[in-house]
Design a protein around this ligand. Sequence first.
Ligand code: PLP
Length: 384
Amino acid sequence: MTLDSARGFASLAVHAGQDPDAATGAVIPPVHFSTTYAQDGIGGLRQGYEYGRSGNPTRTALQLQLAAIEGGAHAFSFASGLAAEDTLLRAALEPGDEVLLGDDVYGGTHRLLSRVLGPWGVRLRVVDMSDPDAVRAAVAARPPRLLWVETPSNPLLRITDISGLARIGHDAGALVVVDNTFATPALQQPLSLGADVVVHSTTKYLGGHSDVVGGALVLNDDALAERIAFLQYAVGAVSGPLDAWLTTRGIKTLAVRMQRHSENGAAIAAFLEGNERVARVYYPGLESHPGRELAARQMSGFGGIVSVALESGEAARRFAESTRLFTLAESLGGVESLVNYPDAMTHASVRGTEAAVPVEIVRLSVGIEDAADLLADIEQALAR
Ligand SMILES: *Cc1c(COP(=O)(O)O)cnc(C)c1O
């Protein structure tokens, strides 16, 4: 690749892995659908491509782009965020190993660990990762193999000091994993802050248009990358060519989208905070947010997710069902605004566990529409 990796984020997002097609000059590299590759004599592979599960040029292009935007040496793309997580956990853990998990991570991550990997002997402990004393105590009580954090967290937008967490983890010999789905590398770069592995659900902001499911891992460690590469090939939860291409197209506009998501998110958070029907607003850009200073230090913007506590579970459900421009739906990170009621939707699988979400909470994924229209919609929904 001819690209200078010292270039800025937006330039890397547009160009990394995206050299014009060598054969035709096509500025957008073609989508390669072929499942198999002609060999020049037995074993004579051109550029290493042999079979679609082991390698595909469209997936390679995405993986180069992912590595560049997260500032990592290795990137791997998968059929979903959870497929990426499963591959990482199997590459990094052995039966008997323990994972220390943040207490408000994505519900599916908790489910994967407790119900899929648990029966295979992986142990799980949950802690508030944004509280360094709690993490130090948990690590001292029994050193885990791996620390897993989401910052900002889902859905309460707690902020964890990534470099502080990396120090605690590394002192105990643990691998430090950051799910960077909410912030995206446009706003936060965990590897540069000391994390070992970055996880993404590219379904969210990286794809950015709610039209493709995918996941990714980015890291620097060569030995771990080799184990992940083997599992990606041997298990095969890879992105299909069209999925990889759609994700690549999404990433090209990530920098401008995150800027707009952050502007709209800040406007909505401020509006909600001033409303009498609202008990509490969770947004790292608000002065009232306990993690604001830390977020301002480790992020270059506060993002587009705003959570809000209403007066009761019933009020929260009614609000979530009353918006018109915000669509009631799971997921987040697309150009269109969505509203989610975590207790019964995204976090239903963790009801009754230590990762359960309070019933008063509604999560907004603020899109890139006109802020005035979004504010008017929130206002009419609160009035109902
Ligand atoms: C959606 C999500 C995941 C899971 O990703 P899928 O693409 O749905 O498998 C993991 N982490 C976070 C923070 C998410 O929002």
